[in-house]
Write a protein that binds this ligand. Structure first.
Ligand code: CTP
Ligand code: MG
Length: 335
């Protein structure tokens, strides 16, 4: 299945830069959304600190990692040291505190895989999920945001890929397809692999940022302002990269043996990670190593049926990029 099709240069590929960039621009959230998010965060902080003066709130996920499209819900993490309280009790209490104000639909989901409190703020129209002490997510959010600052093509590519995943229905972890977080890591990996490389591997560089979270040392080079010229030698355009991305996942990735690893900036073997067979529900059919929780395979949600769906979608997209007269329409056609 690998290298089944040769990538033939399509001479008109660069005609697609303008329409792809237009899609990207149309997805960028307007500044007033950011203002509203900060307002809501300030309100929540005020309410939370009345009960827990030392607790802190952090925005993570798409509203903070710079890969969020317009109208995203916000993901918030409550950092709190309550040694004597069960997480589910903290969540119930939190729901209580927030209920008393004029927030709507406040619900504690204590039995979800990631337990959260959900709510909607009528003043701003924003919905949010609040989880407890998920500080690794806060740190990986910073990593993604730092990568995005190095080369503008990452954010452009990731927006277009996320838009594609949502149009094609392959961004649903409960149906066995991948999270947005996984797709952004696939984009970063892809740009680390280009020659010349468009992104460096920040975790392999001298660390200027280092924190310990849940017994994991998270360290990397975060002075990304110094890397503004890193991607310059590579002149590939966004249209070429979108095509290259689909081609890579359709025909170049070795699903049987390889793990993609943003942490090392390369491919590592499944054997090395002992991800060669099914363990419990983890089938390891497509392997994406989390940059900090390195025992986490973000592809673990993928099963025998959905791996087929995913690979067929990558092939469909690669073929459209190769042959279709109007790829920008066909690519995003609802499934
Ligand atoms: N996350 C994680 N591990 C996962 C999935 C998610 O740590 N297996 C964390 C990441 O910090 C990620 C955040 O949860 O940034 C939100 O994940 P997700 O909803 O997949 O990504 P978003 O960027 O919020 O995308 P969307 O716009 O689709 O909501
Ligand atoms: Mg999200």
């Amino acid at each position: 299945r690998m290298y089944k099709r040769q990538m033939i240069r399509r001479r008109d590929i660069d005609n697609l830069n303008v329409p792809f960039l237009a899609i990207y621009e149309s997805l960028i959230p307007p500044e007033e959304e950011k203002v509203k998010q900060r307002q809501l965060l300030a309100l929540l902080e005020k309410l939370v600190n009345k009960e827990w003066p030392k607790a802190q709130l952090f925005i993570y996920g798409s509203c903070a990692n710079s890969f969020g499209v317009s109208k995203s819900d916000i993901d918030i993490c409550l950092a709190i040291e309550e040694a004597n309280m069960e997480k589910s009790d903290i969540l119930m209490k939190l729901a209580d505190i927030l209920q008393s104000d004029n927030l709507q639909n406040v619900q504690a989901l204590t039995r979800a895989r990631v337990p959260i409190v959900k709510l909607m703020d009528p003043a701003t129209g924003i919905s949010c999920d609040i989880c407890i002490n998920n500080l690794l997510a806060v740190v990986n959010t910073k990593l993604l945001r730092d990568y995005a600052q190095i080369d503008a093509r990452l954010r452009q590519l990731a927006f277009i890929i996320k838009h594609w995943t949502k149009s094609r229905g392959v961004n649903e972890t409960y149906h066995g397809t991948l999270s947005s977080y996984a797709y952004v890591l696939m984009c970063i990996h892809f740009l680390q692999q280009r020659r010349p490389a468009i992104l460096p591997c920040l975790q392999e560089m001298e660390s200027t940022y280092s924190v310990n979270v849940d017994n994991v040392n998270c360290a990397y080079f975060d002075k990304v302002g110094r890397l503004a010229d890193f991607g310059r030698p590579n002149k590939e355009t966004i249209a070429q990269l979108v095509w290259g991305f689909f081609y890579y996942w359709a025909y170049c990735h070795d699903y049987a043996n390889s793990v993609i690893s943003v942490r090392t900036g390369s491919i590592i073997s499944k054997r090395e990670k002992d991800w060669t067979r099914r363990v419990g529900n983890d089938r390891h059919l497509i392997c994406i190593e989390d940059p900090f929780e390195i025992s986490h395979d973000l592809g673990r949600v993928v099963d025998k049926r959905s791996i087929k769906v995913l690979r067929e979608e990558f092939e469909r997209a690669a073929d459209i990029m190769q042959y279709d007269p109007n790829p920008c329409v066909k690519l995003f056609e609802p499934y």
